[in-house]
Design a protein around this ligand. Structure first.
Ligand code: ATR
Length: 276
């Protein structure tokens, strides 16, 4: 009997909004690989049991989304350094020996997106200014520092959340007042919005970019693809990188682990996801 095709999926509650099935399905089709990637709507009370049962059903692993990113980390036997630092997992691999390995690829996805979309990007030429202090900010601050950013200016509406993050990452992180940061200082090399501001149905992130020259402006929001922040930056002649690429790149390590092929993030994939 031939071996059953590998399975993977995304676990969340609710799960209908997830683009991951479409993304992984595209790669499976494009590379002609056997296997399936399915959405798994699992309630809180069933989550631990699901992680226990899925490998027995042929699942090689899963992506984990809201609200299970922290629980998944707690249930894993092995945790990558970056997932431990972020305190949350988005990628789970079920090993042959029955153990659960947890990783967090959000920061990796963010950096890979910058590298691909803006090859001359360098975190070393000046501080990065990060708006927001949630889970996404934690992953991105961690990745920026790992990339050699000399300093991260961190600002959040609720200042205490930014201070908690600063306490974790140390001297290279400076907390800025939320209103002061909105007049983005001239020395900032990279601006990153990790808040939900600018997402459909949310207020805009209103900032003054007039002091900037050549600063890269990035947003992790991808609905809409061109957020008001990016539109403003573009109109001012600043280079911009949208948030879709981060979503696509963060999926790469999981796909490679489960299906044995390192997939490409290219224009055809972007078009597929945008056409949904
Ligand atoms: P995630 O884990 O996806 O990053 P989160 O923890 O809910 O999500 O964080 C959302 C971020 O958007 C936070 O930085 C939040 O600021 P607060 O910590 O002050 O809540 C920010 N955010 C959401 N709505 C906002 C608003 N109307 N104005 C300013 N910041 C907002």
């Amino acid at each position: 009997m031939s071996e059953a095709p590998p399975l993977a999926g995304v676990i969340g509650w609710p799960i209908g909004h997830s683009r991951s099935p479409q993304l992984h399905g595209y790669w499976l089709r494009t590379y002609g690989l056997p296997g399936h990637y399915v959405p798994l709507a699992i309630q809180q009370k069933d989550f631990a049991e699901a992680l226990h049962v899925l490998p027995k059903l042929g699942f090689k692993g899963v992506n984990v989304t809201v609200p299970y990113k922290e629980t998944a980390l707690a249930l894993a036997q092995k945790v990558s350094d970056r997932a431990a630092l972020i305190g949350a997992a988005n990628t789970i691999v079920f090993r042959e020996d029955g153990s659960i390995h947890a990783d967090n690829t959000d920061g990796y996805g963010f950096i890979q997106n910058l590298r691909q979309s803006s090859p001359d990007w360098s975190a070393r030429s000046g501080p990065a200014l990060v708006f927001g202090a949630g889970g996404a900010a934690r992953a991105i601050v961690s990745a920026l520092l790992a990339e050699g950013a000399p300093e991260v200016l961190l600002t959040n509406r609720t200042r205490t959340r930014a201070e908690t993050l600063k306490d974790q990452f140390g001297a290279k992180v400076t907390v800025m007042d939320w209103n002061a940061a909105k007049s983005v200082p001239a020395e900032v090399a990279t601006v990153v919005n990790t808040t939900t501001l600018g997402m459909v149905g949310n207020p805009d992130l209103t900032v003054d970019l007039s002091a900037l020259d050549g600063t890269l402006v990035t947003d992790i929001v991808y609905t809409p693809l061109e957020t008001p922040l990016l539109a403003q930056a573009r109109a001012q002649g600043l280079p911009v990188v949208d948030g879709l690429g981060m979503l696509l790149h963060q999926a790469v390590p999981g796909f490679e682990s489960w299906f044995g092929k390192r997939p490409e993030v290219d224009e055809a994939l972007r078009a597929e996801i945008l056409g949904a």
